[in-house]
Design a protein around this ligand. Structure first.
Ligand SMILES: Nc1ncnc2c1ncn2[C@@H]1O[C@H](COP(=O)(O)OP(=O)(O)O)[C@@H](O)[C@H]1O
Ligand SMILES: O=c1ccn([C@@H]2O[C@H](COP(=O)(O)OP(=O)(O)O)[C@@H](O)[C@H]2O)c(=O)[nH]1
Length: 331
């Protein structure tokens, strides 16, 4: 309950407020950068359209000239008396030209607007909004598995060999937790220690911002989103407002092995949740909350499942083989 209230506040804050929060700041900067660009494009399109509507085109001049000549020469000098009915033409043609130019300009504007990029949608987060990134342009693989299954270990190898950008939701949350002045610091700390899921608004915004930063700085458009989504609401929101995922890479590992690995990692990781009590809570959250996400994607036939009990290299060989089978050249 508390988490979801905080979540709504967080979402409002991240998406609407302009305070010191980096996610909101980055998001706001993006909007500021984006909107002027978008409105510039609209106004330049409008200007371009109206420029085209100005009677400078050869076809217009060709049609305009005889009309003008007839009109000016007919009455004043009595020469070149227009043939009968030309008066009607003089009244009719400007009307046709105005309609034609108006329609032409309108069609031009419509066509130009079709070519414009879609506006970013995370700011609304509303139903039916367009994702910020198109799945034809950006590839997202969700990497899931229980705590200690080896997600991070395998992601590092995939980055090395296939130039993915690796975004760990847990790492982003820990960075936000440690950022001086973060208003989510305590909330994130409590969630992580108790093995709970941080309200999705915070995590989705952090991920979207990190994706934008990565695309801007390196141009890389292939992402491994590690340890996310851990809850159905996160999965639905991310795919709705950020980017639909291509598939879920799921590392399957028994609890006993994960516990062994985590306790070993805990000797040096410095992580507040790599201890017996937190591990127990994380396992429960994983079974109750995160496995339904895997089941959901499995029903959609979007899961690539890998047995994670082998050595890191053995698991990686299996990962490569399975991904190649599904993604082919796109890996
Ligand atoms: N296949 C494996 N066999 C044995 N230990 C592993 C394997 N994969 C990862 N580890 C170790 O287990 C711990 C957890 O791995 P990590 O990749 O951090 O898991 P996750 O990201 O899923 O929490 C790390 O200390 C790592 O070195
Ligand atoms: O989308 C996410 C990902 C992580 N977490 C929190 O971060 C912790 C650590 O996650 P991470 O993926 O870093 O580690 P793992 O548990 O997989 O070893 C989790 O237990 C959650 O409390 C979260 O709330 N939402």
């Amino acid at each position: 309950m508390a988490a979801s209230t905080s979540g709504r506040q967080a979402w409002r804050h991240l998406m609407g407020n302009t305070s010191r929060q980096p996610a909101s700041n980055i998001l706001r900067q993006q909007q500021q950068q984006y909107r002027p660009a978008f409105s510039r494009q609209i106004s330049s399109t409008t200007r371009a359209s109206s420029r085209r509507a100005v009677p400078k085109s050869p076809s217009f001049s060709l049609r305009q000239q005889p009309l003008a000549q007839r009109s000016y020469s007919s009455g004043s000098q009595g020469k070149n008396t227009p043939p009968k009915g030309s008066n009607n033409q003089v009244k009719f043609w400007p009307f046709v030209i105005v309609i034609a130019l108006g329609s032409g300009g309108y069609m031009l504007l419509i066509n130009r607007q079709k070519e414009m990029p879609p506006t970013t949608s995370t700011t609304t987060g509303g139903q039916g909004s367009t994702p910020a990134f198109s799945p034809t342009d950006v590839t997202v693989l969700f990497v899931l598995g229980g705590p200690g299954a080896g997600k991070g270990t395998q992601c590092a190898r995939l980055v090395r060999d296939y130039h993915f950008t690796h975004l760990s939701a847990g790492d982003l949350l820990r960075a936000e937790q440690d950022r001086p002045g973060s208003q989510y610091g305590q909330l994130i700390k409590d969630c992580i220690k108790n093995g709970d899921i941080v309200p999705m608004e915070v995590t989705v915004a952090l991920l979207e911002n990190a994706m934008r930063d990565a695309i801007r700085s390196s141009g890389g458009k292939k992402f491994l989103i590690d340890g996310f989504p851990r809850k159905m609401d996160q999965a639905l929101k991310f795919e709705e407002v950020v980017c639909p995922a291509k598939l879920v890479l799921f590392y399957d590992c028994p609890e006993a092995e994960m516990e062994r690995r985590l306790l070993e990692r805990g000797k040096t990781s410095g992580r507040a949740d790599d201890n017996a009590e937190s591990i127990r809570k994380r396992f429960r959250t994983f079974v109750e909350t995160s496995m339904p996400v895997v089941d959901h994607y499995e029903k959609e036939d979007r899961v690539v499942k890998v047995n994670a009990t082998d050595t890191p290299d053995g698991v990686y060989a299996d990962t490569q083989a399975r991904l190649r089978k599904v993604l082919g050249d796109k890996l």
